[in-house]
Design a binder for this molecule. Structure first.
Ligand SMILES: [Fe+2]
Ligand SMILES: [Fe+2]
Length: 337
């Protein structure tokens, strides 16, 4: 496999569909200063350290923090491909293309949490102690992705997740731009560009598996979709809110940062990309059943969305006010499904 992610802020010259820029460079430009130049942390109502725009609503801020915390659990994610058979980096410095890819990808992912974290620190609107606490607990808890060692299952998971994060950061970029925070929009846009390149790479890897071993690939896809693609930060906790992830997910649904429709849309996209509906030759009985299940799933999800939408419409009047420790316990109104 060619195309190892770049190691610097130039944005990975060797990566598939490489673009210039990079999240950290965007953050530096947006902040136009250095972390070292700022003073002590402001309190809950304090002004942003560098006079950053304060127009982003708390519901969007909560989504942004949740996205950042997800990115900051990178050690967990680097361990994921290192478990895949035939892919893993056995020594930590293997010269194989797979091992170089894993390390290069991790280096790019590392920029995302860094850039968002520094920006939030400078904004003064986020309780960084509570955020750090949540990151610490999330890394300690790990993640469950329903694919231990198989590269088939694992790359399907990662291809799905890279597109999910690209959508989430892209939506955030649009929202914060609409609320006047153009610097933050540039950071989120740069992260989205990284995620889209990662998505392209992993989608192509899985596409090759579908080409060469279609039966194994479609059975793996069926297996993963029956168990749902879990979110990497599903085990997050801040030590206060026992349902923190559910509340963060509800805020994401409500603000449109990442919704059930996005989940379905990603599946529809991957079905098209991997030509799952067209698979026929060489499929076992199990493979055909997996193909039929996967291809019928978007319709089922759409029906569930419609039912949920009706329930949400009914419950709209009963939105619950949830305090988030990440933003100094300021309450955010969310509809719990
Ligand atoms: Fe990322
Ligand atoms: Fe990524």
């Amino acid at each position: 496999m060619d195309g190892v992610p770049g190691s610097g802020d130039a944005g990975g010259a060797g990566a598939p569909g490489a673009v210039g820029g990079g999240a950290r460079a965007a953050a530096a430009e947006a902040g136009r200063g250095s972390v070292a130049a700022v003073g002590p942390a402001p309190g809950p109502g304090g002004a942003g350290r560098r006079g950053l725009p304060r127009g982003v609503p708390d519901a969007h801020l909560v989504c942004l923090v949740g996205n950042m915390i997800t990115e900051e659990a990178l050690p967990t994610y680097q361990s994921v491909p290192n478990r895949f058979e035939a892919v893993r980096d056995l020594t930590g410095a293997d010269a194989t293309a797979w091992a170089r890819w894993i390390r290069g990808w991790s280096a790019e992912e590392n920029r995302h949490g860094d850039a968002l974290s520094r920006y939030m620190y400078l904004s003064g609107r986020v309780d960084m102690h509570q955020v750090d606490r949540t990151v610490h607990r999330l890394i300690a808890s790990g993640m469950a992705m329903n694919a231990a060692r198989s590269p088939y299952h694992g790359f399907i998971y990662v291809a799905f997740q890279e597109r999910a994060t690209a959508i989430s950061h892209g939506n955030t970029a649009r929202h914060v731009s609409a609320h006047g925070d153009h610097a933050l929009a540039r950071i989120c846009g740069a992260i989205m560009a990284d995620e889209k390149r990662h998505e392209a790479a992993y989608t192509r890897i899985v596409g090759k598996l579908f080409e060469v071993y279609p039966d194994a690939a479609v059975r793996a896809l069926g297996y993963m979709m029956r168990r749902r693609i879990t979110m990497p930060a599903a085990l997050m906790t801040d030590g206060r809110d026992a349902d923190l992830y559910a509340h963060y997910a509800a805020a994401a649904q409500q603000t449109g940062v990442y919704t059930a429709s996005d989940y379905r849309g990603i599946l529809e996209h991957l079905i098209r990309q991997w030509r799952v509906e067209e698979l026929a030759a060489g499929l076992s009985g199990e493979g055909r059943r997996a193909r039929d299940y996967v291809c019928g799933l978007p319709h089922k999800i759409r029906r569930m969305e419609e039912k949920a939408h009706d329930r949400a419409a009914q419950a709209q009047k009963k939105a619950t006010s949830i305090p988030f420790s990440w933003i100094f316990d300021r309450p955010v109104s969310v509809v719990i499904p």
